[in-house]
Ligand binder design. Structure first.
Ligand SMILES: Nc1nc2c(ncn2[C@@H]2O[C@H](COP(=O)(O)OP(=O)(O)OP(=O)(O)O)[C@@H](O)[C@H]2O)c(=O)[nH]1
Ligand SMILES: [Mg+2]
Length: 362
């Protein structure tokens, strides 16, 4: 599962990639199209709950969830019509499972802007338009192929036709496919179009230090992203780069100067991770505290399968507690004594805060 970082050239995509991967792996310089070949990196999803659990059970090792980021070249106006790089990168984005769009809000006359002025709404619209134009081309092609089948009374083709007719005006008005109000069945019917805008989107506003206190609503207004299902988050890439080699304590102290109590990079990573439809549960047993990645909505036997493929079939039951209850009780035995551990069976849907011990046959 990969999150692709997109945006106009020179807005700080590679710099953000370096912040996320805590490295200087991607070349980030003050000229457009600095990145040509994609940079790929795997990033830990930091979670304070893992450390709290580690302290409680006193095991040394922590294994966090991870998410993979890909940093690509900038997209420019008319990219969807270009034969050269623009088009190639739009085609690449088809492989993305989610899109992290970087939008420049910071003012700095030393950093060149491809459209000369800082205008987050215009920039957001340029990127959306390029992706939407590519999607409309895909849709038009498929629409006519599908119409032939629909006319010969193919039931699925008829159903598809109806969804396509809703989708077309939605895209033509400049909206992303992901924001079209469709039920699950309808959404499944457009899956095979592999639309660029039918992926989860997260917007990262690259702000300057002085803009860090802008509220979520301020940011939404600047980008004109009103749909609340799409996360819009602030991050000062420059400030994060300054803090790259800081210890966690120094980092906390530095952020506190700006009245920031939650780590913006961690929030961004976590949001990207959950935008992929993923979550995790914990095990705090057998020498390590481990975050096991599952799809949201998975049941206990599937969750056990993540640990070992045999475990799904051999699943009997699970002992489940809330991470907070385990931390507060101090140990499994105490949590049991306080009736904080529940026994759950095959139909149990695993929750984001669960710590689990499975019981198997054999
Ligand atoms: N002042 C300021 N400069 C920044 C910030 N983020 C990035 N920059 C600068 O902007 C320039 C471009 O950054 P990159 O990270 O290479 O941008 P990019 O989006 O990857 O650019 P391309 O790969 O060319 O599309 C560099 O000189 C960065 O130092 C920021 O938050 N504030
Ligand atoms: Mg770059």
């Amino acid at each position: 599962m990969k999150v692709w970082i997109v945006g106009l050239p020179n807005v700080g995509k590679s710099s953000l990639f370096n912040v996320l991967t805590k490295s200087y792996a991607a070349d980030a310089q003050n000229f457009p199209f600095c990145t040509i070949e994609p940079n790929t990196g795997i990033v830990n999803v930091n979670d304070e709950r893992l450390e709290a659990l580690q302290k409680t059970v006193n095991w040394e090792k922590i294994i966090p969830a991870t998410v993979e980021f890909v940093d690509i070249a900038g997209i420019v106006e008319w990219a969807s019509k270009w034969e050269w790089l623009g088009n190639k990168f739009l085609a690449n984005i088809r492989e993305a499972d989610a899109i992290l769009q970087v939008v420049r809000l910071f003012e700095d006359t030393n950093v060149h802007h491809v459209s000369w002025t800082v205008d987050p709404k215009r920039d957001t619209e340029i990127i959306s338009a390029e992706l939407i134009i590519a999607d409309l081309e895909t849709l038009d092609k498929r629409f006519y192929e599908n119409e032939k089948k629909a006319k010969s009374w193919d039931k699925e083709a008829k159903a598809k036709s109806e969804v396509y007719l809703k989708l077309k005006p939605h895209l033509e008005s400049g909206n992303l496919a992901i924001t079209l109000d469709l039920d699950e069945e309808e959404r499944n019917l457009i899956k095979d179009l592999f639309l660029l805008t039918n992926k989860p989107f997260v917007y990262a506003c690259n702000v300057s230090e002085s803009q860090l206190n802008l509220s979520e609503n301020d940011l939404r207004n600047q980008l004109w992203i009103t749909d609340k299902s799409i996360p819009v988050l602030p991050i000062s890439v420059k400030m994060e780069l300054d803090m790259l080699d800081f210890s966690p304590e120094d980092r906390k102290e530095y952020l506190a100067w700006y009245w920031i109590t939650t780590n913006p990079t961690d929030i961004l990573i976590k949001t990207c991770f959950s935008s992929l439809g993923l979550q995790y549960y914990f095990t705090a047993w057998e020498i390590e505290v481990h975050a096991w990645v599952i799809k949201t909505g998975w049941k206990a036997p599937q969750a056990a399968w993540r640990i070992h493929t045999d475990f799904e079939k051999k699943f009997i039951k699970a002992d489940v507690t809330n991470w907070k209850d385990l931390v507060e009780s101090g140990w499994w035995a105490k949590a049991r004594e306080l009736w904080k551990v529940k026994m759950e069976w095959k139909e149990y849907i695993v929750q984001d805060w669960d710590v689990m011990i499975f019981k198997f046959w054999g």
